[in-house]
Design a protein around this ligand. Structure first.
Ligand code: ARG
Length: 464
């Protein structure tokens, strides 16, 4: 069948070209946005006297039928139609005839694809934000249960100071909150309609871009048509936002993998989200966090791909830009399923408090507390206190115990300025609660943080 653009061509396109040139097999994902964009455009053309009421009615009905056909799997996607825009338009003309051919007045596929893709990105942005909010809510719920559950806080993956599991969960809540804010800010920055920009220079037809912009839920039409058909920043932003979010997810995934190992045993991943080995019957593998960690790499790739596609492209539209979609579709799907499954894993994992506590009893987590005690209570200069504490650690090692289990006699043997009240300072709970500065790990400060996140979440749900 002749192409819609075949007027100036003498030979019909080869099959090989069709296959190479077409985006239909993936951009059919945009069918809803394409149809909604066309309906808004048709309404505007009617309002401006370019389409009759009858023609508008036919177009809306025809487009509705096409949506049904696609959703029921009855629509015939033919690669020779090139992309979703032309596939829909061709079918519309088949269904309603002449009026279908008028729909493309004052529009080009360049502004059409810019619109469809932008609408798609804006909608997925909102969905991902909602899933992130659910996840943050889960962290807060877990935190409420574990304000006094001790785990070894680490630096360099070495035991450092005792912290609460709640505090650790709230660190992730903080990261994902910033992710939410990044999605929100991208949404606001990009909520402008490119429809009506036509090929690149605008159109001589008396269109009303304010009308279509409002109709489609944008804040306003874009400022400059040349930019609007060339711009893919909005797609890059969602790719970057997803990449950063997945980076956060991958760090948690790594911790879940470590924590579920025999060496740690801090958590037990629910059987629903773990798998076995085909050869080693004893194994239970943390596939979900491993995949979350792995998928992060793919999502980074999608960001780098599109940055590279866009690099150095002259204005305005270039066919290179057809390569903008698959990576975004892939990152969006990955983000969605990752957030859903991560939330389930966190909700259903068993938290092995006793093992966490046992781990806190190795590595002399309260050594800093002894040094602080010597400074505060015995007025010893910090450098000297550091040295004395080093000796206490050496003694504990020699006696095969943790610094928190040294007796008063043992401590006194190191320096006789040490008094009985030191015993409290070496306790893990005391250590954690003594870190009571703003944003710190003490129960009191963690309660403040929980309250902060609860208020923030409530505010977010009010905003809708
Ligand atoms: N399928 C194209 C894309 O996804 C649509 C825009 C094509 N415009 C054009 N003038 N060839 O980028």
């Amino acid at each position: 069948m002749a192409k819609m653009w075949s007027g100036r061509f003498e030979k019909s396109a080869s099959k090989l070209l069709d296959e190479f040139n077409a985006s239909l097999m993936f951009d059919k994902e945009l069918y809803k946005e394409d149809i909604e964009g066309s309906i808004a455009h048709a309404k505007m053309l009617n309002k401006q006297g370019i389409l009759t009421d009858e023609e508008l009615k036919d177009i809306i009905k025809g487009l509705g039928q096409i949506r049904d056909e696609i959703e029921k799997g009855e629509f015939k996607f033919e690669i020779s139609d090139e992309d979703i825009h032309m596939a829909v338009e061709k079918r519309l003309t088949e269904i309603i005839g002449y009026a279908g051919k008028k729909l493309h007045t004052a529009r080009s596929r360049n502004d059409q694809v810019a619109l469809d893709f932008r609408l798609y990105v804006q909608r997925r942005n909102k969905e991902i934000k909602e899933l992130l909010l659910n996840l943050i809510d889960t962290f807060v719920e877990v935190a409420k249960e574990h304000k006094s559950t001790l785990i070894p806080g680490m630096t360099h993956l070495q035991h450092a100071q005792p912290i609460s599991f709640a505090y650790h969960m709230l660190a992730y809540a903080s990261m994902f909150k910033r992710d939410v804010e990044r999605f929100e800010s991208s949404f606001r920055r990009n909520n402008f309609s490119p429809l009506g920009c036509a090929a690149l220079a605008g159109t001589p037809h008396p269109i009303d871009r304010e009308f279509t912009s409002k109709e489609l839920g944008f804040d306003a039409p874009t400022i400059n048509c040349l930019d609007s058909v060339s711009d893919r920043d909005f797609a890059l932003e969602i790719l970057f936002n997803i990449a950063t979010m997945m980076m956060h997810i991958s760090r948690l995934a790594e911790e879940l993998i470590l924590w579920s190992s025999y060496e740690f045993k801090f958590i037990t991943i629910s059987d629903d989200y773990a798998t076995g080995s085909s050869i080693m019957p004893q194994k239970k593998n943390p596939d979900v966090p491993e995949l979350l960690r792995g998928k992060t790499g793919r999502v980074y790739g999608n960001l780098i791909s599109l940055l590279t596609v866009m690099k150095g492209l002259p204005l305005a539209y270039n066919k290179d830009m057809q390569e903008d979609k698959e990576g975004v579709f892939d990152s969006v799907k990955t983000a969605r399923i990752s957030l859903i499954i991560l939330n389930e894993v966190i909700k259903s994992m068993k938290i092995n408090k006793e093992n966490m506590y046992k781990a806190c009893k190795t590595g002399h987590l309260t050594a800093t507390d002894l040094a602080d005690y010597l400074v505060e209570k015995c007025h010893i200069p910090f450098r000297e206190a550091h040295f004395i504490t080093g000796r206490a650690v050496a003694l504990a090692e020699k006696n095969g115990k943790d610094i928190s289990d040294l007796s008063f006699e043992e401590l006194k043997s190191i320096d006789d300025r040490i008094k009985e009240d030191v015993m409290e300072y070496l306790q893990l709970e005391h250590s954690m609660n003594s870190r009571n500065s703003q944003g710190a790990t003490s129960v009191k400060r963690v309660e403040e943080q929980i309250e902060y996140f609860e208020n923030w979440l409530e505010n977010m749900s009010d905003k809708g």
